[in-house]
Design a protein around this ligand. Sequence first.
Ligand SMILES: [Zn+2]
Length: 97
Amino acid sequence: MDRLRGRGMHRGMKANGSVVCEVKVEGTWRGVSLDEALTRHRMDRKRCSVCQGQVVIYGAYTLNRRPHVAHYRKHAGCSLDRDLYSGTLSLHPGALA
Ligand SMILES: [Zn+2]
């Protein structure tokens, strides 16, 4: 399983297929679903699992009730941001370590 960690574009995520972000729990970044991030990790710092930039999660309790993740600062080197993505992955300039 460890071989899949890191900055891959295809990290087989949770079984339900929801996008994940990472939260820092006891000094370690851990991938969680957006639902978890919104509930159990409301107060924790969150970062993008692709570019490691800080993200904000919006709980969109609308028709499909799907939470949504956005970069705190936009970054063109992240495939998560489809509108802005340059086509080349790069680490966020403000990546959280
Ligand atoms: Zn990102």
